[in-house]
Design a protein around this ligand. Structure first.
Ligand SMILES: Cc1cc2nc3c(=O)[nH]c(=O)nc-3n(C[C@H](O)[C@H](O)[C@H](O)COP(=O)(O)OP(=O)(O)OC[C@H]3O[C@@H](n4cnc5c(N)ncnc54)[C@H](O)[C@@H]3O)c2cc1C
Ligand code: FES
Length: 256
């Protein structure tokens, strides 16, 4: 993990208030694994850097980010234009771990959870059978399917039924559990609670790796700002995560 000053290569709003931003960062793109993140300085007015998952990489040494505007930092980031420079630390944290003997992977993305999971799908599509369940509140917030690998199975859901199947992404999960060798999820806390319940009632015992998007301070293990209580003791999300086994997390204790 290092500090880099990198140039923005592209910035396009691809969903409502969600920008795809490219960074010329061969040092990051060359070593990053899906599930890892970068800490980005978002302007002089904000002391703390903001954590953003790496969303992909290109053959040109670009690291891609998917940024949802929720506050001043992400708004500032969304206003950057190609040629602007950014201070970035990373890649940080532990990413998703795909086991050697797994063949069928089930990816469950709720809303912006698609950011790290699209990267995992991109990396695994060549060697594994990948099913991606992708949910959003409404059609304009669904990640564009044409940006995903062609050879994966995609199921879309929207809460309001404006695209794909109506309902939550976890509503369709039971149909795919039996075939999955490994499950990876990223989304809001209520989604993790639903998955936890599904796993309790599932006949097949499976571990689920989830990425926790808690508030961070330093992002490098120094401030304890991201500490969470787990069944394996206290853990720092920025250093020990952000990917954890769902069974190890005490969901009611996690504050986002
Ligand atoms: C490991 C990790 C990976 C992440 N990856 C992405 C990503 O790929 N794309 C992306 O858009 N965002 C991602 N986030 C969330 C992102 O870091 C926050 O949305 C961002 O820090 C908000 O900064 P802000 O200044 O815009 O908003 P602030 O002014 O700091 O906050 C505005 C609102 O956003 C909420 N918020 C702040 N931080 C978080 C958070 N960590 N999770 C959820 N809500 C938050 C606050 O509660 C508040 O309501 C990630 C977070 C973590 C920890
Ligand atoms: S954010 Fe500072 S220790 Fe994790």
């Amino acid at each position: 993990m290092k500090l880099f000053t990198v140039k923005i290569t592209q910035n396009t709003e691809i969903m409502t208030k969600v920008h795809l931003i490219g960074l010329h960062a061969p040092d990051i793109a060359g070593q990053v694994r899906p599930g890892q993140f970068v800490m980005i300085n978002c302007g002089k007015e904000r002391v703390l850097p903001r954590p953003i998952s790496v969303h992909g990489m290109t053959v040109h040494g670009e690291a891609l980010l998917l940024v949802n505007i929720v506050g001043k930092g992400t708004e500032w980031l969304s206003e950057r234009v190609p040629g602007d420079m950014l201070n970035v630390i990373g890649p940080s944290g532990n990413g998703f771990a795909v086991s050697r003997d797994a063949q069928e992977l089930l990816l469950v993305a709720g809303g912006m959870g698609i950011a790290p999971l699209a990267f995992l799908a991109q990396q695994m599509a060549v060697t594994h059978e990948v099913t991606l369940l992708m949910g959003a509140a409404t059609a304009s917030l669904l990640y564009p399917q044409d940006r995903l690998p062609l050879n994966i199975h995609i199921v879309q859901t929207t809460d309001d039924g404006s695209a794909g199947r109506k309902g939550f992404v976890t509503d369709v999960m039971t149909d795919y559990l039996a075939g999955a060798d490994q499950i990876f999820a990223c989304g809001p806390m209520p989604m993790y609670k639903s998955i936890e319940s599904l796993m309790v009632s599932s006949e097949k015992v499976q571990s689920v790796q989830v990425s926790l998007e808690v508030r961070m301070g330093c992002g490098v293990g120094a401030c304890y700002g991201c500490s969470i209580k787990t069944r394996q003791g206290m853990k720092k999300v920025c250093k020990d995560g952000p990917v954890f086994n769902l069974a190890d997390i005490i969901l009611d204790e996690v504050r986002v």
